[in-house]
Structures are given as C-alpha cells and as structure tokens.
Design a protein around this ligand. Structure first.
Ligand SMILES: C[S@@+](CC[C@H](N)C(=O)[O-])C[C@H]1O[C@@H](n2cnc3c(N)ncnc32)[C@H](O)[C@@H]1O
Length: 214
C-alpha cells in the first residue's frame, strides 16, 4: 500500500464487493479468503499477547476492520472469551459470522464505521488493527481528516491507561506511526517483524507496534 495517494482500497465500495466475492468463495469451497500481510504477522501479535501477564483470557478484545475475522478466530482458539470484531463492510461481518458459527466459536461482530464515534461499542482492554488504519489512510476523500477521526474513535475505545492499541501496518513505518499518533498515544512496545536490506538500508515489510493512551 502507498500512503501518499488515495486508492480504491480506501473505499467502502471496494471492500463490500471484495467480501461479497469472498463470501461466495467461502460458501462454495470453504476458503476463508485473504489473511492480510500473511498468517505470520497475525501469529506474531497473538504470541505477543499470550506472553503478556496482564492480558488474561478474560480480556475484552476488539478487532478494528476485522474483515473475515481470522485474527479473532486465532484468539478464540487460544481460549480468549470476550471477542468483538467490527467492520464497515456488512459483507465482511456476514463472512466473519459464518466462519465463527461454522467453527462453533462465540465471537460478536458488528457493522461500524470507525471514522464515526462508536460510543455504544463500549471499551476494551486490547484494541487491534491490522491493515485498517492503512485502508483509512488510502481514503480518496480527506484521508488526513479520516485518520484523525479514526484515532479519536480508537482512543475512546481503550478502557484504561493500561489498555493496549496493537497495530500492524504495511503503509507506515514505526517512526511514522509514532509521530502521527503522538497527540493521543505513546509507544509501549515494538513487536519484531522480518527485515529486508535494500541499497544498504534495512527496512521492514510490515510494522507491528503496541501503543497506550497518553
Ligand atoms: C486490509 S483489510 C484488513 C482486514 C483484516 N484486519 C485482516 O487483517 O485480515 C482492511 C479492513 O478494514 C475495513 N475498513 C476500512 N475502513 C474502515 C472504517 N472506516 N471502519 C471500519 N472498517 C474499515 C475494510 O472493510 C477491511 O475489512
């Protein structure tokens, strides 16, 4: 993803038609669809959460822009019991609900646009984002404003000053995330991700960072 220009990946229509296709695939041959930035990036976050003593299996976890919900399925399989996923694409929510039901997992899903206030969702101990802030950043219409609205929503969803906002991005570097979150969040931890070397410089394909409220 490229963070300088709007793209169809920043529109609700794109995601709705993409999940419409994925539901059909799922119903016809059980394919759950795309796991963004591959399964390893999801597993790295799940392992990290499992290692945190203060995060119990009773922690309330919210997945922002949950897509097919496979991150929450991963947590449910590890024994987490209070899981919620939201997405602004009703078709994503429908797909995620089918997958959870077929796997007999108790996960709650709701349709919600995270660039709008979401006070009725409640508050959470862990708020997770993989690829959603990236998608919001690609919105062809006022992306900067949309990012600010998104971050204001996230801030309100965190239950306490110790609640965690865990974000995985392929659009922004860790430094860029730290800078653009600086008014609301402070970096708590960086989850190591694979690096590559190009032209003598070392970079990361994806970045996973944990923030807390300021
Ligand atoms: C790159 S996909 C990532 C999906 C999922 N998190 C994953 O890792 O597989 C981005 C997701 O964010 C959702 N999304 C984008 N903007 C959103 C918004 N403003 N509110 C809620 N969901 C949004 C899209 O519908 C899509 O499911």
């Amino acid at each position: 993803m490229d963070n300088e220009h709007g793209s169809e990946l920043g529109t609700q229509e794109y995601w709705e038609s993409s999940y419409n296709r994925e539901i059909k695939n799922y119903k016809s041959h059980g394919d759950v669809g795309e796991i963004w930035f591959d399964e390893d990036s999801q597993q790295r976050v799940i392992y990290w959460l499992l290692k945190q003593e203060e995060i119990t299996k009773e922690a309330k976890v919210l997945d922002l822009g949950c897509g097919n919900g496979m991150f929450l399925v991963g947590l449910a399989n590890e024994g987490f019991g209070q899981l919620t996923g939201v997405d602004y694409s009703p078709k994503a929510v429908e797909l995620a609900q089918h997958i959870a039901q077929d796997n007999k997992l108790d996960i709650s899903y709701k349709v919600a646009d995270l660039t709008q206030p979401q006070d009725e969702l409640g508050t959470f101990d862990v708020v997770h984002d993989k690829g959603t802030y990236d998608a919001v950043s690609l919105c062809p219409d006022s992306p900067k404003e949309k990012r600010a609205l998104y971050l204001a929503t996230v801030e309100k969803l965190l239950r306490t000053a110790d609640s965690l906002f865990v974000i995985t991005s392929c659009n922004w570097t860790e430094d860029e995330l730290e800078q653009s979150f600086a008014e609301k969040f402070v970096k708590y931890h960086s989850i190591p991700t694979p690096t590559f070397k190009f032209g003598g410089k070392v970079g990361n394909v994806v970045t996973s960072v944990v923030f807390k409220k300021l």
